[in-house]
Design a protein around this ligand. Sequence first.
Ligand code: KG4
Ligand code: ZN
Length: 328
Amino acid sequence: MITLGIESSCDETSIAVLRDTEIVVNHIYSQIEHVCFGGVVPEIASRAHLEKIDRLTASALNEASLSFRDIDLLAVTDCPGLAGALLVGVSFALGIHNGWNIPVTGVNHLEGHIFSAMLENPGLSFPFLALVVSGGHTAIYKVMEIGRYECLGQTVDDAAGEAFDKVGKMLGFAYPAGRAIEQEAAASPEDASGIRFPVAKVNGNPFDFSFSGLKTAVKYFLADKDADFIRENRPSICRAFQKAVADSLMSKLAAASHKTGIKDAALVGGVACNGEIRRQMKRLFGDRAHFPRPGLCTDNAAMIALAGYKRSLKNLTRFPHMEPSKGL
Ligand code: KG4
Ligand code: ZN
């Protein structure tokens, strides 16, 4: 079965072709149009998707040596995301659906991230825990099967990726700053500086996260330091910040595994590229820690196509709509 995946929820335009669960092509255009604004500008994102989506699809089909008549299923991200950006992908999918009479299914973007853990990874089976950590979301899901998810906890304020990006901005890095912070932290010898940031305590649900206090702690730490101190200590500041995020994510994930008895855990979303978080997770879960390769952690259409394909096998396809799906 050939599935064409379409992703346009934020600032990546992506088109993928899957043959059953195998990636044939996964083309991604990451919009550079936002860099000078320090964050994603919704209006610019929608226009950039519109400019790229048609040609990206043509080149993906061309590389796969396929045409629309070979496609059995269209899978398109329909929520959550920037409304104008989603509308580009959904309208494009509905155009192909009507023109070529190809079945179409909407896929929740977070469901896509969850299923990115199953791409190229036959060792992962249900049930598993999925820690979704991206620029817009931080949550732990119990994944029972396709379409059956339970949110065990989520951030009560900023997402982890958002904290990386905001702290990165304070330290002079361009948006998005996660990768730059990781690279800078790698230049700091372990624990040499004594700089530490606190892991936030959240009242109520033990699996909820909070990152805005950490962001404020970095801000206050920097407030009374001069530019020379910040420049010299930037690697240690990045290392301490990254460690505080990793400690918070991993302590909650370990607690969720303990509570549910589920031993397999997947780390997905853009922040899952981070080596320090991966190392901590490997220490905790060993061979039962699952990570997509970095190119499949950030937004891509292969994960949307896989979730759509799995939906179709269980007759769970649904017409694209822009309402939040149950459980996610
Ligand atoms: O999943 P994604 O591509 O888009 C959303 O759905 O949000 O995630 C983007 C986020 C950004 O906040 C970016 O700074 C972060 O992922 N990120 C990282 C790393 N690479 C990307 N955060 C920490 N370490 C990294 N290596
Ligand atoms: Zn995402």
